[in-house]
Write a protein that binds this ligand. Structure first.
Ligand SMILES: Nc1nc2c(ncn2[C@@H]2O[C@H](COP(=O)(O)OP(=O)(O)OP(=O)(O)O)[C@@H](O)[C@H]2O)c(=O)[nH]1
Ligand SMILES: [Mg+2]
Length: 212
């Protein structure tokens, strides 16, 4: 792990073809989006955040995987492995992209940590909307995941805030978990995505701050 960051978090963009994954990430980075070009295999971009929690600012780097529809021999299992956050995109003009969300969720439950943060993103591109907000909200509540909607007015700040929300949930959960499990951590050699030494260092720093 790079010393500059307290956390490096893997976040995966899932969704069937043309649901707006690359559109979203281009907007985040203020890149021009002219025409649809299928993502081949995987693209990766990075975004840094400072997240405040427990009297501490965690410098967090998101490693965002833009998952195309041509997996180039990589199974969804390996793509999802180690992820802390997942955005599932649904194109509200395309019912089949909504149907696929349930299948993705099942796969996520099989492949990821139990506390992975999942957000459903409903993208409305044209006026011919087929999947309504109610259905998407209901689905999210039923599966206990976050939900948000995007449309033609999406800008870089919106994308930044959406990913900030996911990163905050991950860091808060992780800080709470480290605090709660510190006795256990003393006995364990390694925890899933942070080495034992890193976890110790973090707990000690947190304690020092709380004492002040
Ligand atoms: N709301 C909105 N959506 C857009 C706009 N332009 C493109 N999109 C979305 O982006 C989709 C196509 O582009 P991509 O974002 O490249 O699709 P993708 O999900 O990355 O597709 P794959 O790479 O093939 O998996 C469209 O079908 C829309 O859902 C826009 O101006 N407004
Ligand atoms: Mg793409």
């Amino acid at each position: 792990m790079n010393d500059q960051y307290d956390y490096v978090l893997k976040v995966v963009m899932l969704g069937t073809q043309k649901t707006g994954k690359t559109y979203f990430l281009n907007k985040l980075k203020q890149k021009q989006y002219n025409e649809y070009i299928a993502t081949l295999g995987l693209d990766m971009i990075f975004q840094n955040y400072n997240i405040d929690h427990l009297n501490k600012t965690s410098c967090t780097r998101l490693q965002i995987w833009d998952n195309g529809q041509q997996p180039l021999q990589m199974s969804l299992n390996s793509i999802l492995g180690g992820s802390m956050g997942i955005c599932i995109f649904c194109n509200t003009n395309d019912k089949s992209s909504f149907d696929q969300c349930g299948i993705y969720l099942k796969q996520i439950r099989d492949s990821c940590r139990k506390d992975v943060i999942i957000m459903l993103i409903g993208n409305t591109y044209s006026n011919e909307r087929i999947v309504q907000t109610d259905e998407l909200v209901q689905f999210s509540q039923h599966h206990n995941i976050l939900y948000t909607e995007i449309n033609d007015e999406l800008n870089s700040t919106d994308c930044y805030s959406i990913l900030h929300k996911i990163a905050s949930f991950v860091v808060i959960k992780q800080n709470q978990w480290l605090e709660k499990e510190k006795d256990l951590l003393n006995q364990q050699k390694e925890i899933p995505w942070m080495t034992y030494e890193e976890a110790q260092k973090m707990i000690n720093a947190q304690k020092k701050k709380l004492k002040k």
